[in-house]
Design a protein around this ligand. Structure first.
Ligand SMILES: Nc1ncnc2c1ncn2[C@@H]1O[C@H](COP(=O)(O)OP(=O)(O)OP(=O)(O)O)[C@@H](O)[C@H]1O
Ligand SMILES: [Mg+2]
Length: 221
């Protein structure tokens, strides 16, 4: 599902990714752990096509058999909308829309029907324990509630791959466990692939494979 070869990233003089190679199978749940500053978020942003690696000899990035590095911006946006979901700690919900509307937006961009989309959104929000808050705007929700809305939004198009950066960072133990269970349930039901950066030991160890990022490189633990 994801094939990456020789990914490098520099921020000026700082060499953050030092030639990362990675293969992730369809339906696999992979966790990435490592010290702060090791390059985990940088790697996730590049795998998620939100940032570009520095070009280098032998570089490759394929997702769902598509050559990401040769796509223009328009095709890349479309590819992202249809295939990728993002759960980041600094989720950006749109402030003027309700929780339900925020969740539905990626489906409307993909031209899905309103009725079907709303039904699916309500299902997801209910699973995440938010059925009583669907008509509230982000400013009227707690941090953890906003996080869960962002999770539902990431999942609404049933993306093939979900990238999550500290997905349960803002959540209480119970909500975090619920969310982790949802990841596994979705994988079992839809064969979705998950790449999860986390400092949560329990979540990291539940994954099919735990990768450790050390100083810009990945090693299997
Ligand atoms: N936009 C940027 N410009 C310059 N340096 C950056 C930028 N983004 C990240 N860095 C630096 O790159 C290094 C890797 O950052 P990254 O965010 O990938 O770490 P991380 O492994 O996700 O850490 P954490 O666990 O704290 O989230 C850090 O030293 C960081 O300061
Ligand atoms: Mg990070």
């Amino acid at each position: 599902m994801i094939q990456a070869k020789n990914l490098h990233k520099y921020y000026d003089q700082l060499h953050v990714l030092k030639g990362v190679d990675l293969h992730i199978q369809k339906g696999e749940i992979v966790s990435i752990v490592g010290a702060s500053g090791a390059g985990k978020t940088t790697l996730l942003q590049i795998l998620g096509t939100l940032d570009k690696p520095n070009s280098d000899i032998g570089i490759e990035l394929r997702i769902n058999n598509e050559d990401i590095l040769s796509m223009n911006d328009k095709n890349l946006s479309r590819f992202r909308n249809l295939n990728l979901g993002f759960i980041f700690q600094f989720h950006q919900l749109l402030p003027e829309f309700t929780a339900l509307e925020n969740v539905c937006i990626p489906a409307y961009i993909a031209k899905k029907s309103k009725k079907e989309t709303e039904e699916e959104a309500i299902k997801l929000l209910t699973y995440l324990g938010l059925s009583h808050r669907i008509n509230h705007k982000p400013s009227e929700l707690s941090g953890g509630e906003q996080q869960r809305v962002a999770v539902a939004r990431a999942l609404i198009n049933k993306p093939a791959v979900i990238f999550a950066d500290e997905p349960s960072g803002n959540l209480d133990t119970h909500s975090a466990e619920n969310l982790h269970q949802l990841f596994f349930k979705l994988r079992d039901e839809f064969g979705q692939t998950f790449v999860i950066v986390t400092h949560n030991e329990e979540l990291a160890n539940m994954a099919d494979r735990k990768l450790v990022m050390i100083d810009g490189l990945i090693s299997n633990s």
